[in-house]
Design a protein around this ligand. Structure first.
Ligand code: AMP
Ligand code: MG
Length: 402
């Protein structure tokens, strides 16, 4: 049985980065950058005002105060988007707004709250505060310098990165292609949500559970019909899914029972099992294999086992496949509000809720079929075998996106 870290490495070792494609920036959130990007434009492009106010020469106002205000002659105004046609000579100023370009001669902006303009004499601007050189001015290139590194290859594009690239004038960027993932659920007991309930059956919940986590890591999901527990059916659908997609995720049918056919069917389609079983709870019977260029991630059937193995093994694999440099779940420190006990002999990823103050509590019974304690959870804590973390203990909470 492999340790989690070994299993992850075995998956990574099978992956070579997917090819890239150009996508619209509006479609690029969550995707992995396929090339390093360098600034092609200074940001801000020109010196401009950080305030609604007046472009001035700081030296004119060096002595200005409420008691001894200084009056400047107004030359005109420049709106945001306007051109800076004025030349600010000593004792003059120009009306500006946030984002207006700074006119020649000016080296500061006095904010309008520090100025009075008599209604009878709108050309006289009375300044009752001093300003330092470059005060309230956003300097050309202070955010991004043309030619400087912007983003690195392998970076996952978040909201801020998308905005930065848009500000550089980019409409399309090169990201790695999304892997298309077949999602299969196996089990004679499964019925489709929405179908009439049947005694002895359960509603299938794994395929829909995995949809959003797949989308969030940049993958495309193709959902297949429920697979009955027979080698022939499993073989037939697995073959089709492997032909149509880059990888297949199955749930169920990977244990040691008489109705567990995934491994057998995978070998029948000439797939090679790389490993089976990982020393974690929940999720021990996880299986990984290769079928030519395609991959199989065989998740256990119990929903919590399927979700945890998805997070710990499939998610990093899919990110690495797309060339991502950062593939771990985000981990945040938290403090246990009550003790957390793993009485088993396997490392246990326990479902917890961490509140906004960082206090961490178990979400209830940790058995791998318990969906209520999964629904209440927003994190996992990795508790070693036969270990009780006491109340007050500092833990690392692994978080996921939803
Ligand atoms: P298996 O790994 O096939 O032995 O399934 C383990 C447990 O998970 C059984 O109790 C199954 O009924 C349950 N299970 C398997 N697949 C699903 C699914 N897609 N949705 C909900 N429960 C499932
Ligand atoms: Mg089953």
């Amino acid at each position: 049985m492999l340790e989690l870290e070994q299993a992850r490495q075995r998956i990574f070792d099978c992956l070579s980065t997917l090819p890239s494609e150009a996508v619209l920036l509006s479609e690029a959130a969550g995707r992995i950058l396929a090339q390093p990007l360098v600034g092609t434009l200074d940001l801000p492009p020109v010196d401009n005002s950080a305030m609604d106010g007046y472009a001035v020469r700081a030296a004119d106002l060096a002595q200005a105060s409420r008691e001894k205000p200084v009056t400047l002659q107004l030359l005109g105004e420049i709106a945001a988007g306007g051109s800076a046609t004025f030349n600010v000579k000593p004792q003059t100023c120009v009306r500006l707004f946030t984002g207006s370009p700074l006119p020649a001669g000016a080296d500061a902006v006095i904010m309008q709250e520090d100025v009075t303009v008599a209604s009878g004499n709108p050309q006289k601007v009375v300044c009752s505060e001093s300003v330092k050189p470059w005060e309230n001015v956003r300097l050309r290139g202070e955010d991004v310098k043309k030619g400087a590194a912007l983003l690195t290859k392998g970076q996952r594009l978040g909201t801020g990165a998308i905005a930065l690239l848009a500000a550089q004038g980019l409409k399309k960027i090169e990201v790695t292609r999304r892997p298309l993932i077949a999602v299969l659920a196996t089990g004679n007991e499964l019925i489709e949500p929405g179908a009439r309930f049947d005694a002895g059956k359960i509603y299938e919940s794994n395929r829909v559970m995995l949809q959003e986590p797949l989308r969030v890591v940049g993958a495309l999901a193709r959902v297949y019909a429920i697979v009955p527990d027979s080698v022939a059916d499993t073989h037939r659908i697995l073959e089709r899914a492997l032909a149509e997609c880059d990888a297949v995720i199955t749930t169920g049918g990977v244990s040691v029972g008489e109705y567990d056919f995934v491994k057998k069917a995978f070998e029948q389609v000439r797939g090679e099992l790389d490993f089976w079983r990982v020393a974690i709870k929940p999720g021990k019977p996880f299986v990984f294999g290769r079928c030519r260029e395609k991959l199989l991630f065989g998740l256990p059937g119990n929903p919590v086992s399927a979700f945890v193995t998805f997070l710990m093994l499939v998610r990093p694999g899919l990110l690495r496949w797309q060339g991502a440099t950062e593939v771990d779940l985000p981990s945040h420190p938290g403090q246990l509000a009550e003790s957390l006990a793993n009485r088993g002999d396997r490392r246990h990823f326990m479902r917890v809720h961490v509140d906004t103050n960082g206090m961490v509590r178990s979400t209830g019974v940790q058995a791998s079929h318990m969906l209520s304690s999964l629904a209440g959870a927003n994190g996992l804590v990795d508790v070693p075998a036969n270990t009780t973390f006491p109340k007050g203990h500092l833990v690392a909470v692994l978080r996921w996106e939803l």
